[in-house]
Write a protein that binds this ligand. Sequence first.
Ligand code: SF4
Length: 475
Amino acid sequence: MGGFFGITSTRDAMVDVFFGVDYHSHLGAHRAGLAAYSPTVGLQRKIHNIQNAPFRTKFEHIFNEMEGTSAIGCISDTDPQPLLIRSRLGVYAICTIGIINNADELIREHIEESGWGYFDSMTGGRVNTTELFAALINRYDTFEEGIQNAQKAIDGTANVLILKEDGSLIAARDRFGRLPVVIGRREDAHAVSFESFAFGKLGFEQIRELGPGEIVHITQDRISQLAPAGDKKRICSFLWSYYGYPSSTYEGVNVEMMRYRNGAIMARNDEKNGAAQDIDYVGGVPDSGTPHAIGYANESHKPFARAFIKYTPTWARSFLPSTQAERIEIAKMKQLPVRELIEDKDLLFVDDSIVRGTQLQETVEFLYETGARSVHIRSACPPIMYPCKFLNFSRSNGEMDLLVRRMIQELEGKAGLDHLDEYIDGTTERGKQLRAAICEKMHFASLEFQTLDGIIEAIGLPECELCTYCWNGKE
Ligand code: SF4
C-alpha cells in the first residue's frame, strides 16, 4: 500500500508536506520520500528507508536540507519514491500508489517499441513501479494523455501525484477509484491527499474527492480538470474495515463510524442465531478490531474490556522484523494480559479480518494459557477467499496463504472451489463445516464472520461502487 500528500502554496510548503506525509505513516513501512520545488533551487528530492525508524525521525532535518513553495511526498510499502524524471514532458517528480501486475510485459514492450528504453534494476532484478509508470506517461505529448494511456495499459491500480518543474501539481485517481484522492484548499494553497484527515490539522478545507480516473492540474489558486471521472467505481472495502485511519472519511463515510455499525450488525446476527450469548467481556484484537468490538459491545449490552493490551512505547509500528517467525515472536511479546479480565472468563474477540490466522491462533492460545474459560472469535469481514490483485495489499501472497482456502482444501480438495459461495455463507452445510473445522484447528469456542450484506450495509454505499473481490471474487 502507501499514501501520498502534496501541496502548492504561495508560502513555504515544507512544514505542511512534512506533517501531511507523516499522517500517512500507517499505510506503509518501507520507504518514504519528499520532493520540493522552489523558484530559486528548482526540484529537489530525498528518500529514506523507514523500516526501523518512522518517517518523522528520518526527515526531521528536512527543513535545513530542502526548500519549496510546492512539495509532494509519500510513504511507500514497496519502491523508493518520489522519482525525479527528465523527459520530453520536462523534469518532474512523481509518486504512485498501487500495483502493476503486468510489469514484465510492459517493460518488454516499452524496450522493444522505443528501441532505446532502459530501466534501473532494483534489488532482485525488479523495476521500480513508479519508474515504469513514468516511462509509460513519457510516450505521449501531454501528461493527461500519458496518464490515461498508462492507466489503460496497466493491469492493476495506480494513483498518481506529480510535481512539475513550474511548481504546479497533477493528481490522478486510479481508473476504478479503488483508492481515494482528495483535494483541499487553504487561503494560500491547494493540497492533495490520500487521507482526508490530514487536511484538518493543516488548516485545509476539503473541497472534493476525485472521481475514478479523474485527472486534475493544481496551482496555488486554481484547479483545472484534465480528464473527467469515469462511471465505474470500485472503492476498496478494506479501507473502512481494516487499513483506513479511524478519523478518515472516504466517499462521505467515516471509518470509525462504519466499524461501530459493522460490530453492531454482527452482534444482532449472533443474537438472532443464539450464538455466544454467555459472554463476560467483548474485546477487539488490537488495534483495528477494537472499534468493531465497541460496536458489538454497545449493541449487545455486553461489557467491552481490553483483556490484553499491546505494549507500544518501544515497538513502533514501523519496526518490521525480517522473518515471519520473528514477527510472531514480537507480536507475542507485545501482548500484555490483564489477568483479572481473562481468568475464568468467557471472552469474545473481534478481529478486523482473518487472513493467514497464524497470529490469531497465537493470541487465542495465549488467552487460554492465561486462564480464559472460552474464547469466541468474530471476523469483522466475510471469509477472505481471494488474494487482492488490485492493490499492493501485502497480507497474503497466494490463495494457499489464506486460512479459509487451506481449510477448504483440507475439507474436500479441489472440488471445494466449485462451492466457495456456500462456504462464505454460515447458514449452509459447507459454511458450518468450514467454521467448525477452523474452530477445531485453532481452538476457538465459536467462529463467525460478518456477512457480505452486513459489511456492505455497514459501509452504506451501493454494492456496485465497492470492491468486494477478496470475498466473492467479483471484479
Ligand atoms: S480485492 Fe480486497 S483488498 Fe483488493 S481492492 Fe478489492 S476489497 Fe480491497
